[in-house]
Design a protein around this ligand. Structure first.
Ligand code: CA
Length: 219
C-alpha cells in the first residue's frame, strides 16, 4: 500500500484508475493538471503520469521533477495513448522509470506498480545508526529494543528516515503525515517531534531555524 499521485486530465480514465488503485490498497492523490501535480508530488511514493496534460506536456513536468533533488528518485510510471516506439524511448530518456501504453490491462498496471515500488525500496526496513523502522510490521527498534510509537509518530519518523539530512518544512510534514485535508497547525508537527525526541532521544531530529526539521542520521 503506497501513496500514489495519479496525474490524468480525462475524468473517466482518472476515475477508473482511482478505483483500481484504491481496490489494490493504495492511497490515491489525484491531479488533473501539471500544476496540481506539482503541488502534490511531495506527498507521493510513486507517480502515474499522463503523457498529455492540458497545461504542460507530461515529459516536461517530469524533467522539472528530476531537477528537484527530492524528486530525483521518485518512481514515475508514464501513461500514454501513443504507441510509437520512438515515444517509448523518449519517455525513458525523459526520466520515467517505466511506461505503459493505453489501453493496458489492470493486472499489468498493478504489476508494474508493484515492481517499481520494490525497486525503489518501498516496504523495506529503514536503518540509520541504531535505529530501525520496519514499514510492513510498523515497528521501530532502537539499539535492538522496541520503541512503542503512536501511528502518527510512526508515520512522521518514516518520512524522516526515508530522507536523512533533508530539511522538511512543517507544512510538508503536515501534508505527508496527516494528509492535505487535515486541518492541523504547524504546532501539531512540533508536538509530535517533541514526542519522538522524548522516546528516541533528543539528538535524532534537528530543528533548522526558520525552515523546519531535519533527521540527523546519527547521534
Ligand atoms: Ca491526457
Amino acid at each position: 500500500m503506497a501513496r500514489i499521485l495519479l496525474v490524468e486530465d480525462e475524468p473517466g480514465v482518472r476515475l477508473a484508475l482511482r478505483l483500481l488503485l484504491a481496490r489494490a490498497g493504495h492511497r490515491v492523490i489525484e491531479a488533473e493538471t501539471a500544476r496540481e501535480a506539482w503541488e502534490r508530488w511531495r506527498e507521493a511514493e510513486l507517480v502515474l503520469l499522463d503523457w498529455m496534460l492540458p497545461d504542460e506536456p507530461g515529459l516536461r513536468w517530469l524533467k522539472r521533477l528530476r531537477e528537484d533533488p527530492a524528486g530525483e528518485r521518485l518512481p514515475v510510471l508514464m501513461l500514454t495513448a501513443k504507441a510509437a516506439e520512438g515515444d517509448r524511448v523518449a519517455g525513458l530518456l525523459g526520466g520515467a522509470d517505466d511506461y505503459l501504453t493505453k489501453p493496458f490491462s489492470e493486472a499489468e498496471l498493478l504489476a508494474r506498480i508493484e515492481a517499481l515500488l520494490r525497486r525503489s525500496g518501498y516496504g523495506k526496513a529503514l536503518r540509520v545508526g541504531g535505529l530501525e523502522l520496519d514499514p510492513e510490521a510498523r515497528r521501530v527498534r532502537l539499539e535492538g529494543r522496541e520503541v512503542p510509537l503512536t501511528p502518527r509518530e510512526f508515520d512522521l519518523l518514516a518520512v524522516f528516515l526515508a530522507a536523512p539530512g533533508r530539511v522538511f518544512t512543517r507544512d510538508e510534514l503536515l501534508d505527508r503525515v496527516w494528509g492535505p485535508g487535515y486541518l492541523g497547525t504547524p504546532r501539531t508537527v512540533d508536538q509530535h517531534v517533541a514526542q519522538l525526541r522524548e522516546k528516541l532521544g533528543p539528538d535524532w531530529i534537528e530543528t533548522v531555524r526558520g525552515r523546519g526539521y531535519r533527521f540527523r542520521g546519527a547521534r
